[in-house]
Design a protein around this ligand. Sequence first.
Ligand code: SAH
Ligand code: TYD
Ligand code: ZN
Length: 404
Amino acid sequence: MSCRVCSGRLSEFADFGPQPISDAFVEPGDTREEFSFRLAVGICQTCTMVQLLEEVPRERMFHEAYPYLSSGSAVMREHFEALAKTLLATELAGPDPFVVELGCNDGTMLRSIADAGVRHLGVEPSGGVADLAAAKGVRVRKEFFEEATARRIRDTDGPADVVYAANTLCHIPYMESILSGVDALLRPDGVFVFEDPYLADILERASFDQIYDEHFYFFTAGSVQRMAQRSGFELVDVERLPVHGGEVRYTLARRGARRPGPAVAELLAAEGSAGITDPATLRRFTARVEHIRDALVELLTGLRDEGATVAGYGATAKSATVLNYCGIGPELVPFVCDTTPAKQGRLTPGSRIPVRSPEAFSGPYPDYALLFAWNHAEEIMAKERAFRESGGRWILYVPEVHVV
Ligand code: SAH
Ligand code: TYD
Ligand code: ZN
């Protein structure tokens, strides 16, 4: 086990035990043994990159039936529309601009670019979601982005002004190939913009469910800056984002091509003074996670014993870590509701809880709803106001177990 970025030594700080593929929802009656791997996370003693200690083969996660849809949240649709608008007004304002998105999923971001008539390309290995993007008028290649893909795109489409990736770069262990690919694809003064869950927010909120098979890296400004430098890039901008429980949008440019903005030094300084990669901080996180596990199991067991009904809300990939780490199954949470068609009628991986459509939530309302999609709390609680008004209570488990 060595760092996938710099080959440095990794030191483990949390172990969630055996876990399934988080987005592999099981057909009822399918008795085949599920794929399992050890979900553990460590920090590189050399470059401070936090990463998983075991890598799941990419084809097991991202394939024709990959169910996650970017368009499942109104807040996220607005978020990506706003980003597209910003790019169109800035980096893509020159003559005949070209943007490439890695992991464009169902085309939620690129659709706005396509609608503006701007040259674009999505690179998306998951066939089903790529088809949804194409149906929105988005140009998409069904493959994994890596150096060879980048060179082919450069040959056919010419250099890109922007390479963009949301919640995708952190999914890709083979970083050297990615950055060489971006280097081959970008114009000399082009930018690589990516946004992913921010380690500092995960540690502060104890949001341990951000750790699952697909999330291989947990970035900070410090680790990204070192990673960029190794491949001839420089971190020139950072922006904290409120989505998905706290993210950072990083902008890389070729070394010397752009002057880093003041936000970079500010975030680096904040990370330093908060000691986010100190062993003591990481140990504190692990202790809080163990406490959350015990408190959640105690709460759910108590509710079951007193005859209260509980439903899960949001069959998230994140919930796989919670359910399988805590050992929660249908005996404590009889069903989970979710808007994603490809998840409905199936069972959650490992924990085997039936997934139903959101209509099942109100028929009749449970006494408690365990909010697995806590990153969409505002949107969901607004939509489900009637649940709360009829006396229902939400259970949240980050930053600690509480009922609202
Ligand atoms: N950008 C979207 C989707 C994130 S889910 C959003 O933020 O909502 C991550 C996506 O990355 C999946 O659709 C997955 O198929 C894709 N992906 C995984 N590995 C990839 C790779 N090497 N190149 C391009 N896309 C990849
Ligand atoms: P999300 O938290 O975005 O990601 P991940 O799977 O990576 O943890 O997933 C949100 C899930 O919640 C998704 O399956 C769709 C579902 N959902 C609803 O059922 N109703 C809603 O109103 C929203 C916003 C999401
Ligand atoms: Zn390293």
